[in-house]
Design a protein around this ligand. Sequence first.
Ligand code: BGC
Length: 567
Amino acid sequence: MSTPSAISPESPWWRQATVYQIYPRSFADSDGDGLGDLQGIISHADYLADLGVDAVWLSPFYPSELADGGYDVIDYRDVDPRLGTLADFDQMVEVLHAHGINLVVDIVPNHTSNKHVWFQEALVAGRGSAARERYIFREGKGEDGSLPPSDWVSVFGGPAWTRVEDGQWFLHLFASEQPDLNWDNREVRDEFLKTLKFWSDRGVDGFRIDVAHALTKDLSEPLPSWETLQAMPTASGDHPLFDRDEVQDIYAEWRELFNSYDPPRTAVAEAWVDSSRVPRYASPSSLGQAFNFDLLEADFAADQFASIIRHNLALAERSGSSSTWVLSNHDVVRHATRYGLPNPARKPGHWQPDERHGHRWLLSGGKEPALEREQGLRRARAATMLILGLPGSTYLYQGEELGLHEVAEIPAEERQDPTFFRTGRAEIGRDGCRVPLPWQAEGVSFGFGDASPHLPQPAWFAEHAASEGGKAETLSLYRRALNLRRRLQTEESLEWVDRGDPDVLHLRRPNGWEIITNFGSAPVALSDDEAARIVLRSDPDAAAGAEASTAGTSLPGETTVWLSPTK
Ligand code: BGC
């Protein structure tokens, strides 16, 4: 790799952070209504601090009718009363900060909820009104306008246009309860600046920007057909819907606002764009960081990991940002499960316009293909320990530290994801990674709260409880790794060590820390010196925190080890 760049004490906190994603309605329920809430987070601040995370990314906690798990926001500057109040929010910020944990909140700018006051006004105000100009309304086609303006399909399935009472149609790239905003309208831009300021003033440290690549659109007539749209190159900067060059004007304005704070507020883009264009979002004059989702598409294979790591470190260098690493989040099948399924079922299942009818959500409700639970988890631990050793920030998703698998066995009548309903139940959706966490091995909701949780937990959650036994060894592994990581992440670079084995990745950080991952199934030999320097092993066979001598001189299959610089 390139010349080592030392991390100065002034280096912004987010460059090498471990960020823990909380999906608030499924984290911890303090008031027994079956939904997680802000007090539930506050009461787990010690847990988060013990785990060793640098920041929490909080998925939407705003008032919402939950047509899309909270990504249908009714009021951007308030808290869902079922989750708490603004006073609870302030307390949460204070408590997290007191524990040394920063807070990143989710901002959903592409669309509002259809219950947002603006959309309600637009419905009443009628065609041609200023209220409708905040959204994307069009006349329909056909003699009486009863056909949608185009044949576009929404990301969750079904048409992307819905007709309102007076006959006009509105665009929604997602569910019909999520009308798209019109970002050509100055009022929309000002409103979001106000929202970003509102939360920044309340002490929020950063923002995760939902669907950051879709805000600006070219909807000039005639609208292209869905087929034409899908065939258009997305890396050109002038695709009608995605990753248009001018979306950066919005983020330049946001950056100005972020930089008016001390320390500057951070932002990370959720931008599903061609990787050549990721630096645009990650540059210091834009949002500053962007998610790298490449590992979500990768098999547990050394060559794939190696090329993704090289590629993304190079991209980060181009943008002046640090790379991000992600194996799980609230939109994809948990990585322990992906790695326990045969190809191609282990694909993550996130939407992409060209994947709509492809491999999405092949997890089959617990029947076929069979899930190799232990192997999946073993590989997941190895992969996580590898990415935690890389320069850049790692985003962890709640529950992965408990070794959780995707919950496949959710009955149809209890499913919530709009994907399930909008595809006529053909795609099972994302509920399986959003099931409330098991904090204890027993109780009505495994310690999540005092009532039945909003999504049903399977009996096997008992084995994963944070409090004891079973997979708590995964929790110990994460704790130990995050703790050691603070010593390892002193410089933002690495060099590769060639071991001459295509199944093994070996990398060395400039401060002497080394990470070795064996992606194969057969053990590989380690030198005596290497064996003596092992401070962390990902395999469940090693007691958490096992010292070098217990590891022997070989590295088992599907295992990562960390070597400290000295014995
Ligand atoms: C979020 C999803 C959400 C969608 C629409 C995504 O990027 O991560 O959970 O359904 O945006 O807001």
